[in-house]
Design a protein around this ligand. Structure first.
Ligand code: AMP
Ligand code: ZN
Length: 468
């Protein structure tokens, strides 16, 4: 199995630290809002990496944090006049709902930064004792120049960085000895959450959180560390500096980074009005469609999100799911006959396509080619399966396709969920039926929605609905 390692800029054979096991850490979101579809990309991509390892027989210890203390969370809390902890816990719950709808498996552990402060204080203390950090009036900084390998992940030269930093003055960081130094611990400002520490009442810097959570749940050296490509510098570079200086050994063997998601070929941005949350998309599409779309490109390339491309993904996925429905239908009346010669040949073809899927995934998780292999299987099923097929042939076809779809996180036989848009259309139709005194049709619609778990309430302002 080959993985493109950002550290060496090469595809390398994957060799686990411990045979049969993978320890992987994926930087998770900062929880101050509903997650956007860009945030969903690393979730989907690295969940697929995990699923493929599991399919190949590895036991995966998958850790992904929630950053639940941060300037943006504090700002959102002040705007709503609630505690930062309330904002964080609300959006962690919402994020978990989105992850479930995207078929992203819960991590083995989802640590929260605010629950790991003790470990952060310990690591900062170690860094000070080893001469890699210093306390300046309650703020603790990492001495970037002290770490000889600084820049090895992002391939940045420390002197170039120095030149770029010389003129930048960050508020509250005047006590820094060198412009390259970064914050490990900072004192609280008014109305900010804080923890006691030997240096000040305050909170940790962002980078130290991940170093500490990876160490606690996975150990000093881990197999894979992953996240979006914007995290290579400074976040991951700083994590390496902290962890390797504190632990005295290599931090992660393989560094994986996903490319960015753009909207209509432009950077996603709220001010441009081209910004979608996962929840927005869920109103229009089953989120499996979003997942299938994300996996239609190489995870390292940028991916362009447009209505047209999502529709193409939807059509592709529908084609696969329809083929499985058809197989299920043929199975109802199929006979227990032995495999015919043609069926045996087709099963050989199926196994070749399965090999093609495996080869694609072995090549740095090439999900686009893996999807093509599944499409070819569907084509084979469509031309070869019918009412006269043997039960064994149909069952084999189905088993292989369903298993490989599951590696990509697609559930073949999901109960169809009714979308907000469809509900609203039916409500409109019911209102119209009532106006026309067609109470039979109106009642039918109410019952149909009830069956799908949707309750309607008629109010003076119109119809209100909710899911139960
Ligand atoms: P954040 O909450 O900003 O720390 O982001 C959480 C994760 O989402 C990180 O791994 C980011 O690299 C990733 N991410 C953010 N925006 C995008 C985007 N537009 N495309 C792909 N990944 C993104
Ligand atoms: Zn991180």
């Amino acid at each position: 199995m080959k993985i493109y390692n950002t550290l060496t800029r090469k595809k390398e054979e994957f060799v686990p630290i411990e045979e049969g096991k993978v320890r992987m850490y994926v930087c998770g979101p900062t929880v101050y809002n509903l997650i956007h579809i860009g945030n969903a990309r690393p979730m989907i991509v690295f969940d697929t990496v995990r699923r493929y390892f599991e399919y190949r027989g590895y036991e995966v210890n998958y850790v992904s944090n929630f950053t639940d203390v941060d300037d943006k969370i504090i700002k959102a809390a002040n705007e709503e006049n609630v505690d930062a902890a309330e904002i964080a816990s609300r959006y962690i719950e919402e994020c978990k709902k989105d992850m479930e709808a995207l078929n992203v498996k819960p991590a083995t552990t989802h640590p929260l930064a605010t629950k790991e402060i003790g470990g952060m204080i310990d690591m900062i203390d170690t860094l000070i004792k080893k001469g890699y950090a210093y306390d300046a009036d309650g703020t603790v900084y990492y001495k970037t120049r002290e770490f000889k390998d600084y820049g090895k992940l992002s391939k940045k030269n420390i002197d170039d960085l120095e030149a770029g930093h010389r003129d930048i003055k960050v508020d509250g960081e005047e006590s820094k000895k060198d412009p390259l130094d970064f914050v490990l611990w900072k004192p609280k400002k008014e109305n900010e959450p804080y923890w006691e520490s030997p240096w000040s009442n305050g909170r940790p810097g962002w980078h130290i959180e991940c170093s500490v959570m990876a160490k606690k749940y996975l150990g000093d050296t881990i197999d894979i560390h992953a996240g979006g490509e914007d995290l290579i510098f400074p976040h991951h570079e700083n994590e390496i500096a902290q962890s390797e200086a504190a632990n005295g050994c290599e931090f992660a063997k393989y560094w994986m980074h996903n490319g960015f998601l753009n909207i209509n070929n432009k950077k996603m941005s709220k001010s441009e009005g081209n910004f979608f949350t996962v929840r927005d998309i869920s109103k229009k599409y089953d989120l499996q469609v979003l997942r299938f779309f994300m996996l239609s490109a190489s995870y390292r390339s940028p991916i362009n999100f447009s209505e047209e491309l999502v529709l193409a993904a939807k059509n592709g996925l529908d084609r696969i799911l329809t083929a499985i429905d058809n197989i299920n239908r043929f199975m109802e009346n199929a006979v227990d006959a032995a495999l015919s010669e043609t069926e045996k040949e087709n099963i050989n073809k199926l196994n070749e396509l399965k090999e093609k899927f495996n080869e694609a995934m072995d090549d740095d998780f090439n999900t686009a080619d893996a999807q093509s292999a599944i499409f070819e299987m569907v084509k084979l099923a469509n031309v070869s399966a019918d009412n006269n097929s043997s039960k064994e042939y149909l069952a084999t076809l189905k088993e292989v396709i369903v298993t490989l779809l599951d590696v990509l996180g697609i559930t073949a036989e999901k109960e169809e969920e009714i979308l907000d848009e469809q509900i609203e259309k039916l409500i409109e139709e019911r209102t119209l039926a009532r106006k026309e005194k067609n109470f039979k049709r109106a009642d039918e619609i109410r019952d149909e929605l009830l069956e799908k778990g949707i309750i309607l309430k008629d109010t003076r302002e119109g119809v209100i609905w909710k899911r139960v």
